[in-house]
Every structure is written in C-alpha cells, then in structure tokens.
Design a protein around this ligand. Structure first.
Ligand code: C5P
Length: 427
C-alpha cells in the first residue's frame, strides 16, 4: 500500500512524460518587423525588444520615412540583425530581398503602419522594399499583421476606415489602436498599441482556437470581508493564476468573463472583467453570468467566513485593553453551488475547481473534488505559489491525477486550457 507522498511521487514520474507542449510564446517564430513613418516609431524599439524577449527572431525592414524617426542602427542593435531599408540592397545574393525575406518569415508585422502606407497597400503599390514585400508575400502562408498609428483625425477619416476595411477584406489582420494623448497634442483614437499588447495579439494569433464558441467564466484573486469601514479579512492570493487562465482562454478563442476580487492586475485583452470585493458579491456576479457560460473555472481564493456584522463605523480602541468580540458566518461555497445547480438543470456547464493546500496535495485535492461535485479539480501548493509568476499544478479527475510540472503561470494556463478543451469534446 503506497503512502500519499509515494503516490504523489508516482504521479509526478508518470505525468512528466505526458506534459503538453508550451503553446504560448513566440519561441522560434521568424517575424519581419516593418516600420513606416510616424512618431510611434519610438515604440517600435520597445516592441522589437519584447519580440526578441518572447523568443522571436526579428528581421527589421524600414521605409525611408521611418528612418527619419528612428535610426536603423538602433533597430539593428535591438534585433541583433542588419536592417534592410532598400530594395536595391546588394547583400542578398540574388538581389531579391523582397522575395527572400518574405519567404523566410512566419509573419510580416508592420508597426507602426502609417495611414499613407495602408493606402499604398490596398492598391498593391510596391515602390520601395516594405510595400514590395507585402505584395510579394505568399498570401496563404505568411500573414500580414498591421498595428496602425496616426493622428485621431487621420484615423477617423472615412478614407482610412475604408482602407482598413479593404485591407481586412484582402486578408490582412489589422489590430486596433490605442486611445489617449497624441504627440501632436490632441487626444483620441490612433495611438499605436503598446509593445506588450502587440506581443499578446501575436501570441493569440498563433494559439489554436480550441475553445471557439465557448463562454468561459473565471473567478480570480482573494475576497475581502469587511470588519468595519477600514479593516477586513483577506488572504495572500495574487490573482495571477486566474488572470493567466483568462488570457489563455481568450487566446484559445473563448468569450471570457473574469470575476475578480480586489487585485490591481491589468485586465487581459478582450476579456470582460467584473470587479467584486466580498464573497457575497462574487457569488452574485457569478450567478448572473453562469447561466450563459459553458465552462466555469473557480480559481479565486474565496474567504470561508465573513464577520457576522460589519460595523458601520470604525471600531475604536478605548484603552481598556478589551478586544472586540468578532463572530463569523460561513460564506456560500460558490463553486459547489454552481456545480450543483448545473447538475440539477442537467446543463452543459463544465466546472473546474482549485485547491490551494500546504501539504498532502493529492489526498486533499481528491477529497475536495468529490466534496465540490466537479469533474476536474486543480491542486496547487498555496505558500509556494501565492504572488509568484510560476506554479505547479496537479489535475485530479475521477480516473486519477496528472501533474503539470513547475512552469510560468502563463504556460500552465495554456496547458490547463488545452486539457479542459479535450475534456469538453468528451463531456
Ligand atoms: O473549500 P476550498 O476553499 O478549499 O475550495 C477551493 C475551491 O472552491 C476553489 O475553486 C474556490 O474558488 C472555490 N470556492 C468557492 N466558494 C467558496 C470557497 C471556495 O467557489 N466559498
């Protein structure tokens, strides 16, 4: 008879070999980064750095106008590759840089894409290297991705909007624009997306759409249970795992609603976020969305208890040495209740729970899965993951357990989403 610890070690050995591949970064992707003329060229330096950091091999191509805003020397230093600026560049043996560079690429990313450059593209003009490459790229295998940047009036102009629509119709992927202060002093739409938003969009672009058509509801972060207007009870959950799952689910093509406890993490792109504070608010928000969801992932660390009465005014220390008598009531178990009502309605909602434990992960996770009445429970060691960017997960279902070994939360989130997607097809 194996002890729990020995069983966990066995699972770890077996499952290591079955680990799913990482799908979430740009490792090995060959990206031609094209710069056209605009003040947003200064952001292309950061973008280039971020792409390289994410594992991509970046080849920079610049128009003459782009070189007025940032030097090829800067872009060469950041990409680690000589920059191309002319179709007459004699470094290429066959003198066909436009053919060679576009054939070697996994994507052409134009950032910033100026209004003028987009206008050229829709006409198939090819009078310098970058537009020539866009026209010469193999349409079916080398995607063209554009991150526009321009003044708000230029962006809103019917000619630009018409060009964007035509570019999309021609198969290009036109990313959105940011909103805010512009270099010209005006404020509005037209800023180039930030480097990390563009990297995120590329990662999403290459993520298989395993959850397309699904609506994934996720809870994340801690809850805060007020004792009085200035004090409360909470826990060390950072929300990072839940937010990573929301991002991975969105990349996989799902509609995603994230019910977040009090954390200051940025909302993943195209994810609908509902901020809550207490367990009761989280329960209410979840109930409102669960009826339309197909997957519910409860990653939040919900407080088990809340003060029976939250004082309306700050409880004062009166100098007598007496301590306030706090009494507690149990919070609703959101996951168990949602799973129960999904079963009662014979609905299709696939429920996934989390367990943050300090020891005996397999035993506690197995028991918790049964108690919550969910098909899948994800165990993790709380003290070694709270606030961290990495984690290790133990996936427990009716058949047994499988470990996803220590990795970044983002990569683990993608593996978990892949695993859930394969379960949905059998569900
Ligand atoms: O009971 P315990 O808190 O350990 O269970 C953890 C799982 O249950 C997590 O998925 C958590 O989000 C969920 N949970 C919940 N509502 C509660 C307590 C936990 O949804 N009140």
């Amino acid at each position: 008879m194996l002890s729990t610890r020995e069983m966990e070690n066995e699972i770890i050995k077996v499952s290591r070999s079955a680990t799913l591949p990482n799908m979430n970064d740009l490792h090995g992707k060959r990206i031609v980064l094209g710069l056209t003329g605009g003040i947003a060229c200064f952001k292309a330096a950061e973008l280039c750095r971020s792409l390289v950091k994410a594992g991509a091999k970046v080849q920079v191509v610049m128009t003459e106008a782009a070189a007025q805003f940032i030097t090829p020397v800067t872009m060469q230093a950041l990409s680690g590759q000589p920059v191309y600026t002319s179709q007459w560049d004699s470094r290429e043996g066959n003198n066909m840089a436009h053919i060679n560079l576009s054939r070697e690429a996994d994507a052409l990313l134009i950032a910033p894409a100026s209004a003028d450059f987009m206008a050229k593209l829709i006409h198939g003009k090819a009078d310098e290297l970058l537009s020539l490459m866009c026209l010469a790229r193999p349409l079916q295998t080398v995607p063209l991705i554009l991150a526009p940047a321009m003044n708000r009036e230029m962006w809103a102009h019917p000619a630009t909007q018409r060009n964007v629509a035509q570019l999309k119709a021609d198969g290009a992927h036109v990313l959105g624009v940011g909103q805010g202060d512009q270099a010209c002093g005006e404020t509005g739409d037209g800023r180039m997306l930030e480097a990390e938003e563009i990297v995120d969009a590329l990662e999403a672009f290459w993520t298989p759409k395993l959850l397309s058509g699904q609506h994934v509801l996720i809870t994340a972060g801690p809850t805060y249970e007020a004792i009085d207007p200035v004090r409360g009870i909470t826990n060390l959950s950072s929300g990072k795992m839940g937010f990573a799952i929301a991002r991975a689910a969105q990349h996989a093509g799902a509609e995603v609603t994230l019910v977040a406890g009090p954390v200051s993490l940025p909302t993943p792109r195209d994810v609908k976020r509902l901020n809550v504070r207490s367990a009761l608010q989280m329960h209410e928000a979840v109930q409102a969305v669960a009826a339309n969801a197909t997957v519910f992932i409860a990653a939040a660390a919900v407080a088990d208890w809340r003060p029976a009465n939250s004082a309306e005014q700050k409880i004062k220390k009166d100098g007598s040495g007496d301590t306030p008598a706090l009494s507690f009531v149990e919070n609703p178990d959101i996951l168990a209740m949602v799973a129960q009502s999904a079963r009662a309605q014979k609905g299709d909602l696939f429920c996934v729970g989390f367990a943050a434990e300090s020891h005996d992960l397999l035993a506690h996770s197995t028991a918790k899965r049964a108690r919550k009445g969910v098909p899948l429970l994800v165990g993790n060691i709380g003290p070694s993951t709270f606030g961290q960017d990495d984690n290790a997960l133990l996936l427990v279902d009716a058949q047994g357990a499988k470990e996803l070994p220590r990795d970044t939360k983002i990569r683990l989130a993608h593996q978990l989403i892949q695993d859930i997607a394969s379960r949905l097809s059998k569900h």
